[in-house]
Design a protein around this ligand. Structure first.
Ligand SMILES: C[S@@+](CC[C@H](N)C(=O)[O-])C[C@H]1O[C@@H](n2cnc3c(N)ncnc32)[C@H](O)[C@@H]1O
Length: 462
């Protein structure tokens, strides 16, 4: 509610509403409705255009904002110089950094401060005064309010350019590496590509509670998402029914829903076994467990790995560390003498074994356990071994990296969706084992319209 953004109104109405509501005299929904009307009247009287003030704006109140160097809600006109790795615009006033979302470098914007940190301030975007030629109209009406996408306002080529800078920057800043990163491979589909979404909900007294994603910049407020533009068509077709059922099921107070698009249709039970085909291979996986969400880019990554493998004729053995349901291992297995996949999640490793049979792959095995333990039982000749490493966002443990270096495989392919932890781990490997060199860095746009991406680093000591 816009009025609640003004600190005085905020305190006044919240106190009143709480008092009346706690006594149970008036239904809460009535209060909310009245507050909307009062809010509209006040904003109109104050000359504020409610449509300009998007609800993504921050309303924590001045008590959450020190007065230096800017006052709470001070408006500034700033020139956007760059983008942070979080996808926010960076502007400077007297060398002080101001972060503004949903902007493009080169733009002049009006921004409103809502928080001062020790070395930078955060502001909401109020108005774009001089737009970049790369600014486009975001198709999703929720863009700017929903926290899912950060880049819908930017031409796709520009998104790729900034993602490329993001990786280069992580490597320079974290790993002190000035390695050349190849241009980011684009996704064949830039909307409607996601095969999994997980909307959240918290039931309230109305039957119209939001079912969707975290609001931009918020930790606990949800935006209602009746349609997600980056989700696949089958997911958007099923979403209305899932939302109706969720609202009708009074047993469900709060939670996270699952919609997983696969060969059988859209699955909503996280324990259900999903099936899908990638690059002519069939894979089973648990609907709620990890499986790459953009099948178009997954195909590109697999083709890239197959091509890469051809460059290393002396490689005959493969370790697929953090293998999930065995996708990389199985796709590369046919060109290997032997391989092993290792995965900590029991259900994923069981399905990885099924996937071997499904794809008639029998020259290896899938091992349940921590990636850190894989090296103990491996008798592969190190100079003929490729290790594919695809850890979760937090990256590899020190123990894993130590053993990897000790094992000294001829080639390491490190795949990651978190360039910062990847840069940290690469630095560690290159410091402990300077004989390794980065042969190639190739990024893939696994998540168009968002700040996220996938990066593959190829290391070798040959
Ligand atoms: C980013 S996913 C990659 C999965 C697979 N490579 C794929 O692309 O489908 C990371 C996987 O590592 C697994 N994992 C997390 N920590 C692990 C560990 N210490 N040892 C082995 N696997 C782990 C997770 O369960 C998850 O399946």
């Amino acid at each position: 509610m816009f009025i609640s953004r003004h600190p005085c109104f905020f305190k006044f109405f919240r106190k009143r509403a709480d008092r009346i509501f706690c006594q149970g005299k008036i239904p809460y929904s009535t209060i909310v409705c009245h507050l909307h009307v009062i809010e509209f009247i006040f904003t109109s009287l104050l000359g504020l255009n409610p449509l300009l003030l998007k609800s993504s704006m921050h309303s924590e109140g001045p008590e959450h904002c020190t007065d230096k160097p800017f006052h709470y809600h001070e408006e500034l006109i700033v020139d956007i110089q760059s983008l942070s790795n979080e996808g926010r615009g960076i502007a400077r006033i007297n060398n002080w950094i101001i972060m503004v979302p949903f902007v493009i470098p080169g733009e002049r914007v009006r921004a409103r401060i809502f928080k001062n940190h020790t070395n930078y301030s955060e502001a909401d975007l109020i108005e774009v005064l001089q737009a970049s030629t790369d600014r486009i109209s975001p198709p999703c009406p929720l863009f700017g309010r929903c926290g899912g996408c950060q880049y819908q306002h930017m031409a796709y080529e520009k998104q790729l350019e900034w993602k490329h800078r993001h990786i280069t920057d992580c490597l320079e800043r974290i790993a002190k590496l000035s390695a050349k990163v190849k241009p980011v491979q684009s996704s064949q589909k830039i909307y409607g590509y996601r095969t999994k979404i997980t909307p959240h909900f918290v039931r309230n007294r109305t039957n119209n509670f939001p079912i969707g994603f975290l609001a931009y910049g918020r930790k606990c407020s949800l935006v209602d998402v009746p349609r997600c533009y980056i989700a696949s068509d089958p997911i958007n077709t099923c979403l209305p029914e899932v939302r109706i059922q969720t609202r009708q099921n009074l047993q469900m107070k709060s939670g996270t829903l699952l919609l997983r698009d696969c060969s059988q249709g859209v699955l909503t039970n996280p324990k259900a076994v999903a099936r899908t085909q990638v690059c002519g291979y069939d894979f089973l996986f648990q609907a709620g467990s990890f499986f790459q969400n953009n099948p178009y880019i997954l195909e590109s990554i697999l083709q890239y790995l197959q091509q890469l493998r051809l460059q290393f004729r002396q490689i005959h053995y493969l370790i697929d560390a953090y293998c999930g349901v065995g996708v990389f291992g199985i796709v590369l297995a046919k060109s290997m003498r032997q391989f092993v996949g290792i995965e900590v999640d029991e259900s994923s490793i069981a399905l990885a074994q099924n996937n071997m049979q499904l794809n008639r792959v029998d020259n290896g095995w899938m091992q349940h356990g921590e990636a850190e333990t894989v090296f103990k039982g491996i008798a592969f000749p190190k100079d003929q071994t490729l290790v594919v490493v695809d850890p979760p966002r937090k990256g590899c443990s020190e123990s894993f990296l130590q053993q990897l270096i000790q094992f000294q495989p001829a080639v390491v392919v490190y795949i990651s969706c978190a360039p910062d932890t990847q840069a940290r781990d690469l630095k560690r490997v290159l410091t402990l084992a300077p004989q390794y060199k980065i042969l190639e860095l190739q990024a893939f746009d696994m998540f168009p319209q968002t700040k996220h991406l996938e990066c593959v680093a190829v290391l070798s000591h040959m």
